[in-house]
Design a protein around this ligand. Structure first.
Ligand code: FAD
Length: 390
């Protein structure tokens, strides 16, 4: 098939590689004039890593990624361990692939290289889609520069503010969650050895605020994401904010958190609004479908947003094999929508859990919830490359 994908983020590129490998002719249209992911790191669990390995990304993950031993949930001030999820060898053994933490730039560059190795012309830059339409025979996209293209199938991988979604679902904007995310990246060598966090994904939980810290780029950089309840502000991945506001948000936190804050470059404190949408079950029309944040933006509290985009891409490519298009898109959405909705809902619930003010109540809530058992039970074992599509 001739397939047009709008958006060359992690989801769009994974879809392109998966579809080209299955013999389709794919063009990815990206609005940015040059490619380069912004933001800091992502965590990739086995459910997504299986797809990335299948696309040839193992060398990238092994050389640029970090394999943490565990998730550690700790109290924000005294560091009391509230809950632990074993990762490392246990994750690999139980779920068939390792758990990695990797700089977004490195993952994105690895995916782009795979797509270009399959088809040098596949990614077209400086192409901002402004209108989508479809007939019985084709889907059409109009670009800002006046060009129009037609394809048998159009895939909207154009992120949380998706234009393609307006054609498939509705034009409602995403909703501000009342939370913003600080994002910092600190050279590990700057942090005194005794204040460096362990080789884990450490989640410091406090009143109306939590901070996630883990290593990336083979351990050279420490990634910090601080999610705090704050009034509305502009959603922008490149908005820098005064260090003093960061300092204030984490006053009195554990010395390991303070060490990250004290050692960040003070003009490199990024913060943006976290937006969300209610999950929907309608992902497709006859010739247009969606994947990733375009259809199910997800709070980062289970570290699964990009993983879901990767799962979507792999399942879409499989669903298109040996089925008429309309049926394939129905199979794809029927299979993917409930799982993505569960991740969206549980990620929302994590905000309540991580932000409990009272220490006793927080201890009880972590015990009752037992997120290790839950995620090991249904989330990580999923294999997008082999799961039955019915
Ligand atoms: C703080 C934070 C931490 C996170 N941590 C993790 C994590 O640890 N693990 C994880 O799995 N996920 C994580 N996520 C989620 C993850 O970042 C997203 O889910 C993922 O990047 C979505 O990928 P995507 O390809 O669907 O969309 P995007 O990455 O948003 O890509 C969309 C692309 O479409 C392009 N585009 C948009 N509109 C148009 C248009 N009209 N025409 C042409 N091109 C267009 C954009 O320029 C962009 O390149 C995190 C998110 C945040 C905010």
């Amino acid at each position: 098939m001739q397939i047009a994908i709008i958006g060359a983020g992690i989801g769009g590129l994974t879809a392109a590689a998966s579809l080209i490998r299955r013999g389709h002719r794919v063009r990815v249209y990206e609005q940015a004039p040059a490619l380069g992911e912004v933001g800091a790191a992502v965590q990739m669990s086995a459910n997504a890593v299986k797809v990335l390995y299948g696309l040839g990304l193992k060398p990238t993950l092994e050389s640029q990624g970090v394999k943490p031993e565990s998730f550690e949930f700790r109290r924000f001030d005294d560091g009391e361990l509230l809950h632990r999820i074993a990762l490392g060898h246990a994750h690999h053994l139980a779920h068939g692939a390792p758990y990695y933490q990797i700089h977004r730039v490195d993952l994105h560059a690895g995916l782009l290289a795979q797509v270009r190795a399959l088809d040098r012309e596949a990614v077209q830059l400086g192409k901002r889609a402004v209108q989508v339409s479809e007939t019985q025979d084709e889907a059409r996209v109009q670009f800002e520069d006046g060009q129009q293209v037609a394809a048998e199938l159009l895939v909207g991988a154009d992120g949380i503010k998706s234009l393609v979604r307006q054609h498939v679902v509705d034009a409602a904007p995403p909703v501000f969650t009342g939370q913003v995310a600080w994002r910092l990246s600190i050279p590990t060598e700057r942090i005194p050895a005794q204040l460096r966090p362990p080789l884990a994904s450490t989640i410091w939980c406090g009143p109306r605020n939590h901070a996630v810290m883990y290593y990336m780029r083979a351990g050279q950089l420490l990634n910090f994401v601080g999610c705090v309840e704050r009034p509305w502000e502009q959603e922008s991945w490149t908005a820098r904010k005064p260090w003093e506001e960061l300092d204030h948000d984490y006053a009195g936190w554990h010395p390991m958190v303070r060490a990250a804050i004290e050692n960040v470059d003070r003009d490199q404190c990024f913060r943006w609004a976290l937006n969300n949408r209610e999950p929907v079950m309608q992902w497709s029309t006859a010739r247009v479908t969606l994947l990733g944040d375009a259809v199910h933006p997800t709070l980062p509290y289970m570290a699964q947003g990009a993983a879901m985009a990767i799962e979507d891409a792999a399942v879409l490519a499989r669903a298109l094999e040996g089925r008429p298009l309309r049926e394939a898109l129905q199979v794809y959405q029927a299979h993917r929508a409930p799982r993505a909705a569960r991740v969206v809902r549980e990620s929302n619930e994590m905000a309540d859990l991580y932000h409990i003010a009272d220490p006793d109540e927080m201890r009880r809530a972590f015990k009752d919830r037992n997120i290790a058992a839950s995620r090991n039970g249904w989330l990580y074992p999923y294999d997008p490359l082999t799961v039955a599509l019915t």
